[in-house]
Ligand binder design. Structure first.
Ligand code: T1G
Length: 685
């Protein structure tokens, strides 16, 4: 392993370089090299000042997460930062890319910080279930101010170089050649004494009104629900206003170790790598090149077609969107513009960017205009015959090499491909509604889908800022397939005596954004309904028959007021009671919350295991990525499969056995789950 740290002289300024691709993570060799080179610079009388800089695309992007959980190798990062700060000569951090976590802490240990305009600085440790553990919770407030440090540490969101400069976290923003400017700055300050050591500054942490912490917590309540790391970050930042630096860092160390030892940090760190692993396609070499996608075609300008189109327009990729009639086309493009304008109103886009995006849109009624597209995505009515008809037409007009994709959320991609003469070009691209917001994209691999089509889909997903997961062809692919047992058991529980509110409460307390019935009302109780009000085969049918189709109708499982605020419904209770009678259910019983967990969450794990054993997901961690990005599964639980491991697969099997009789024939055990539980194995380690 070559030494990632080197140094070179520029006049009487010593530059200490880190060259540790891909992101200059502060692994052991980097930490050792930094201490070695700082001590050498300090001992060298010809050196008057030091610059710390990084090669490649970014300044240090943090501690090396792959080292977590392994035996520690000295020096600790806090000691490295302290050693830099203690240097008797000025040290200047030259920042480009993203100075994150430990990287931002190294910069804070330096006496000065210069950055290029595009640089970002941040404390994303909270996203790993941690807090800045190398003095950042104490130096951050002292340099950037308590409120900005609090926001950075509890949200994990990076700030721009300009914001950092305005707050005093960056001393100078330099245009052009960073190193040249950094060396010049070091030369400028080489005789300045005393050295501005962040840990010695108290002006921004004294006389702080402690009310800001409670106010911040109240204003950001969602951040603190369920997740323990944000609270720990708040407490350590607050400590900077209550105690001297030395005590503050001891408190920081204590809180850091507590978090690191907890299940939430383990889950989040697992997920950090799970998300990145999802991009890898088993059995497809890095030599397989993506196809060039210059123009995308979207068929259907409804909610999905419009949302899908926006992803590409925002990424600067032209879109031809096709509808059957002008009204539908105008309505669709109008909604797209409205969505962009509301984003601009929130300051997340400029009006000019809105104009650029919409300027790339070619709305048309002429299906043949799709002939010039490199990727065509069908986003029409969820009906196999309709899709087959469209793909038959596409086969006749799409240019050679065009990728033909369906946004179907359940249907068989192989069957759709079978009507074309180019099955190798057919793939599923299952976006999640709202398609311009939700990060998840299920890439559904047909039996004949070519490798380069998959590689193209994964590359395009990254370009449009989606997290893509490869799914095999089965009903509902990965996410929606696991919804099936959950929804089925949830409705059966209503028959047996539970209420929608009780089932939903268990899920929300678990950390889901909403429960099964709240989700049904949001998505539409009538999704997949056969539309025959006389045919009442489930509680859903009974609700649909009464046009209780969910939020859009002001009533579904719940009643809704004009602001769509839900309340338990007596009408729904009566409909459930009637349906019980019709089904011959004469008595109901008290349902425990644990039973709800076992029948609606444990059954999801069982289905996930079946998806794995059938090869419809590449790995268990992909299933976790689907559920966290597609349905809001609490990331601090790591996804259904990681959560099952942390519960213990034997406990999952036990719970399912307890419920097996109640669940009846609709439930069958995954053999993989039984085998792993038997052998004490896990899905995700
Ligand atoms: N450690 C180890 N590997 C890392 C890494 C890290 N900190 N950051 C990225 N990688 C790997 C990643 O797994 C991937 O590997 C490759 O680099 C490219 O990453 C004491 C305790 C920097 C914004 O949380 O946010 O400091 O898949 O695909 O989209 O207080 O990586 O190619 O094999 O994400 O261009 C705090 C995490 C750590 C930053 C670049 N720092 N990284 O995004 O590339 S904790 C973070 C990121 C800490 C101290 C505490 C992003 C990025 P592979 P990528 P990208």
């Amino acid at each position: 392993m070559t030494d990632p740290i080197s140094s070179e002289k520029h006049g009487d300024v010593q530059i200490i370089w880190s060259d540790n691709p891909p992101v200059n993570a502060l692994g052991a060799a980097v930490r050792q090299g930094l201490v070695r080179e700082i001590e050498a610079a300090e001992a060298d009388d010809s050196v008057k000042a030091v610059v710390i800089a990084c090669k490649g695309r970014t300044f240090f992007a943090g501690a090396d997460i792959s080292e977590f959980g392994k035996p520690p190798v000295m020096p600790w990062l806090p000691d490295v930062v302290d050693r830099i700060e203690a240097c008797t000569k000025p040290v200047v951090a030259a920042i480009h890319g993203t100075a994150l976590g430990g990287g931002c802490e190294v910069a804070l240990g330096c006496h000065y910080r210069v950055a290029v305009p595009s640089a970002k600085l941040g404390f994303p440790e909270v996203d790993l279930g941690l807090l800045p553990g190398a003095g950042g919770t104490q130096r951050g407030p002292r340099v950037a101010g308590v409120e900005l440090a609090l926001q950075m540490a509890t949200t994990g969101k990076p700030i721009s170089a300009q914001q950092a400069h305005d707050a005093g976290l960056v001393d100078r923003i330099v245009e052009g050649e960073l190193i040249e400017h950094a060396v010049a700055y070091a030369d400028e300050v080489k005789d300045v004494r005393p050295l501005p050591r962040s840990s010695e500054r108290d002006d921004k942490v004294t006389d702080v009104d402690h009310a800001i912490f409670e106010e911040y917590k109240k204003a950001n309540a969602k951040l603190f629900r369920g997740d323990v790391a944000p609270q720990a970050n708040l407490e350590t930042i607050k400590a900077a206003t209550e105690m001297p630096f030395e005590k503050g860092v001891m408190f920081e160390r204590q809180k850091f170790m507590e978090l690191m030892a907890g299940p939430q940090a383990r889950a989040r760190q697992y997920f950090f790598f799970a998300e990145r692993k999802a991009a890898k396609i088993d059995g497809v070499g890095d030599d397989v090149q993506p196809r060039d996608i210059k123009r995308v075609g979207v068929i259907g300008a409804g909610t999905m077609g419009g949302g899908i189109s926006m992803n590409f327009l925002t990424a600067g990729i032209p879109v031809t969107i096709v509808e059957m009639n002008q009204d539908a086309l105008d309505r669709g493009t109008g909604i797209m513009l409205k969505n962009y304008q509301s984003t601009a109103k929130k300051g997340r886009m400029t009006e000019e960017q809105v104009g650029q995006a919409m300027g790339l849109l070619n709305p048309t009624l002429d299906f043949n205009e799709l002939a010039e597209c490199d990727l065509i995505i069908e986003a029409v009515y969820e009906n196999m015959d309709v899709k087959k008809e469209i793909f038959t037409r596409l086969d006749g007009i799409a240019k050679d090499g065009a990728i033909l994709a369906s946004n179907t959320s359940y249907l068989d991609i192989n069957e759709i491909a079978s009507v074309t003469k180019r099955s190798e070009d057919v793939v599923g691209l299952h976006f999640f509604s709202p398609a311009n917001i939700m990060k998840l994209l299920e890439v559904v691999r047909g039996d004949k889908t070519a490798d380069d089509v998959l590689v193209t889909a994964m590359a395009l997903a990254k370009k449009i800022k989606k997290v893509a997961v490869i799914a095999g062809v089965c009903y509902g692919f990965i996410g929606n397939r696991m919804l099936i047992p959950r929804q089925l058991e949830a409705e059966k529980l209503l028959l047996e005596g539970a209420t929608p509110a009780q089932v939903d409460k268990v899920h929300v307390e678990f950390g889901m954004p909403m429960g099964p019935f709240q989700m049904a009302d949001l998505a539409g109780v009538d999704i997949g309904w056969h539309r025959d009000p006389e045919r009442i085969e489930s509680i859903r049918d009974a609700l649909c028959a009464k046009e209780r189709w969910g939020q859009k109708k002001g009533a579904g499982f719940y009643d809704y007021d004009e602001n769509r605020r839900p309340s338990p419904s007596d009408v729904t209770a009566a409909i459930i009671e009637d349906f019980r009678k019709k089904e011959g259910v004469t008595e109901t019983r008290e349902i425990s919350d644990q039973e709800i967990v076992e029948r609606t969450l444990y059954t999801m794990v069982n289905e996930g295991a079946k998806i794995l054993e059938e090869g419809k997901a590449q790995r268990a961690s992909d299933i976790d990525v689907v559920w966290i990005y597609g349905y809001g599964w609490p990331v601090y639980r790591g996804g259904p499969m990681h959560w099952a491991d942390s519960e213990g697969l034997d406990k999952i099997v036990e719970g399912l056995k307890r419920q097996q009789d109640r669940m009846g024939d609709s439930f069958s055990f995954s053999q993989l789950l039984l085998d792993k539980a038997e052998k004490g194995e896990k899905f995700t380690r």
